[in-house]
Design a protein around this ligand. Sequence first.
Ligand SMILES: [Zn+2]
Length: 392
Amino acid sequence: MIEVDAEGVVAFTQALVRIPSTNDPARGRDERPAAELVEAKMREWGWRPVVSEAAPGRPNVVAVVEGGGGDGPTLMFEGHTDVVTEGDLSTWTVDPFGGEIRDGRLWGRGSADMKSGLAATLYATRALQLAGPFPGRIKVCALADEEGLMLGAHHFVAEGLTADVDGAIVAEPEAGEICAVAKGALRLRVDLTGKMAHGAMPQHGRNPIPAVGALLAGLGALQDELQARHPAHEHLGEVYVTPTVLRAGSEEQVNVIPAVASVFVDVRTIPGVEHKVVADRVAALAGYDGIAAEVSILVDRPPVDVPVSDPVVAALAAAHRSVTGEEPVYGGVPGSTDGTVLTHWGGIPSVVYGPGGKWIAHQADEFVEVAEIVRCTRVFAEAARRFLNGDY
Ligand SMILES: [Zn+2]
């Protein structure tokens, strides 16, 4: 087994957690200090990181570590430097940015999602480098804004940095599951425009609110139809079409028929469901006599469906087996990750695997098992060795 610096990876995770790199530019917080810490560590090891801003103050840090062992593929390790806000402090029993270790767990915002995973990618690459030459190279990437619009990953793709990558491992917390599939997300806004009028004389107006009712009923039927046509995915479950926001009229003016009503819809898809088809169906459902409907696509992140036979998945599974002595468990990502962007827009296969529980992310008292950080670092190092040597 490749020897990893167990103390180092844990201490580096603590140092990252102690930086409140919340995705909250409005409060003057961003991921820059965390990115700088990653950059400094890379330089300490003699790597040559390239820093590129996805947006002002929102840097991506990317280092390419050549194996020096001849021709070979390029593996990408990906982590994000931002974390979600700590939220209501009274719900925490530990300092969210303390990086405290207690009961074998490292506590704090980002401990699982995903500063431990990010640290593991760095230390795994370093471990492989110190173990001797290897074919090909590893691109170690700490990207910005995963928790927001995924600006970092989109910027990375726009810069052409996926062009030479053969496979990516995304270090999100998945409780040790190998996740080569991820659910898609499609968020729509439907604006229904009629004609404003006095409530006493509705015949002079055109009320968009009955159109909302018809649309809501239609969305329920559309979900039933999609679920019938696309049976539940073994790792991702069902397709969901969920209206989440309604807007029309005002409480202060109950005697006014509003001109506009808006419905926001959060659609969660599985492989096989075409987002364009769903958006067109919603537009058709919004049609109502005398009302103009306009559908805007707010977010469009397609589902990810990488076959488990893909080299990057196979190498990771083989590494998991040899390091842990356990059979790999395959799972799915319930939301989307930077892997969605890398695979869909960057055209590279990605797989998600990392330390920390699937459901602990974004909660109060977030933690990661210390032993899991070290174990995952070993799996990453072994996965890289196997992927680059074609040994899977
Ligand atoms: Zn994450």
